[in-house]
Design a protein. Sequence first.
Length: 648
Amino acid sequence: MTDNLSDQERLRAYLRKAAADLDKADRRIRELERRDSEPIAIVGMSCRYPGGVSSPQGLWDLVAQGTDAISEFPGDRGWGVERLFDLDPDSSGRTYARHGGFMHDAGEFDAEFFSIGPREALAMDPQQRLLLEASWEAFEEAGIDPESLRGSQTGVFTGVMYQDYGTNIGPVPAELEGYRGTGAGGGVISGRIAYTFGLEGPAVSVDTACSSSLVAIHLACHSLRSRECELALAGGVTVLSTPSVYVVFSRQRGLSPDGRCRSFGASADGTGFSEGVGLLLLERLSVARRNGHRVLGLVRGSAVNQDGASNGLTAPNGPSQERVIRQALVNAGLSGSDVDVVEGHGTGTTLGDPIEAQALLATYGQGREEGRPLWLGSVKSNIGHTQAAAGVAGVIKMVMAMRHGLLPKTLNADEPSPHVDWSTGEVRLLSEPAPWESNGVQRRAGVSSFGASGTNAHLILEEAPAGDTVAPVEGTVFAGDVVPWVVSGKSVPALRGQAGRLLAHVESASELDVVDVGVSLAARSVFERRAVVVGNGREELLEGLAALAEGMPSPSVVEGVGPLVGGGPVFVFSGQGGQWLGMGVELLDSSAVFAGLVAECGVALSPFVDWVLEDVLRGVGGAPGLDRVDVVQPVLWGVMVAVAGLWR
């Protein structure tokens, strides 16, 4: 009997352990599933695109206003435009198109800002230069000091497909030869960013042709979810150092004669190539919330696949596009009807657009509610096909569209392509702007990018959750809107330029709160040349900023030079001898923060003194003066504590 009981007890113990192990394994599986499906937060964005676009807001203004950013070939790249142009598509070494989307300032670069010498800067591909500047801007747009990321597990994933800069600068001077390898190599382009900012996560350069930037974003999301990195830069860049792509596509009759992409339109007659750079700064949503970062939008899911042995190496393949869309939806945990709009690849070719549209009709166009079609558009109709920077341009456009509640018009496509059977599903071309209302559900968008390599990518975006969109400012530091704006630069011209750009930005955005602007400026990196503009309201601040930009004296501007020191701020309390009659009274009247802290210090002092701190500061009758040592020392302590709290 005893042996039987022992056996039963051993069995029960074994079953209890097995059940506990199963429960533990189940929890681990659920944890891994949550980790693999956690949304990725977009906490920063930066870009440069044709039409003078220098920021995500600039890109939004361009598409919202329906601007066409196509222009003639640039005249400063040694292309010999008159010799290059020929209407005959069979003319060797020529192109029948002479328009595209260009960044006419692509050669400009502040090398000194990044501590790069002039010879090395000249040998560097402009794509590297632009990515360095865009990286800095993405960090700052997220409210992150780039210098604070040194040694961090931050990843870099950049799409790049051209490496021909070195072939366009002629015979290489001897003093540049040592920089050619790092200056023009595509593999260095992500490493250059990691080296410059001291980032120690993965650094990967991606070339899948036109889908490069979207593939880079997909890889960055995987790296974040697998904990390879905690923060990631992802996007792509294209600068056309030579006209070779125009010559090649002229032979293939694939160019739009006037350089314009008529995405999904009846008049589509070929693609128009262009340039650009776009970067996203990505974090897992839980990390973004923990760090207090503003969330601009979410990447819910993504997928990448290949056409394989299909109907041609560079030809698009409909079934493959359908598969990558369905896989992205599965990875996002969504169905096609959960998505409102797709930012299409939409190159404007008579072959590619109909194939893409039919794939969208077969996936997103089925099972939708009546009156709720899938909207379809493409930023290529505004800025052309920016190639390795195209997918990220679509992402930035859609994030901005969510934030503004508007779907912009797709240009040059008033009449949908007759080569698409639009009746097979609920897909509608955005031939006019359309409001994008949430109607109580999260707004979502798909973004497609299909490379001539046969590599396809699709991304599912979702608007930021309520409460994550804006980092709130906890009240105002000063009463009456008396606010300091901090501006700095590495040189006097840089300081003036920063002031000018800030002035133009604030003047163009009347809805900006002056306190929010002040908080944002205070969070930026601080350089040697510094100025503070102090104003009692918007107009006074703008007047001071204009004076700073012009280098003119102003009573509301303090300007000087500060040392660059390591570590955080240090508060030094003055000793006796720094007091004066009426000190702190102006701050008591203008700053609720200062007044509140003085009141707290007064309460703390009250058990030890027979006077009231604020009465002494204001010189109230009957209050002791600052000539008494037993008064002045506690008063100085209270004032300094309150000043330190105000600066915090």
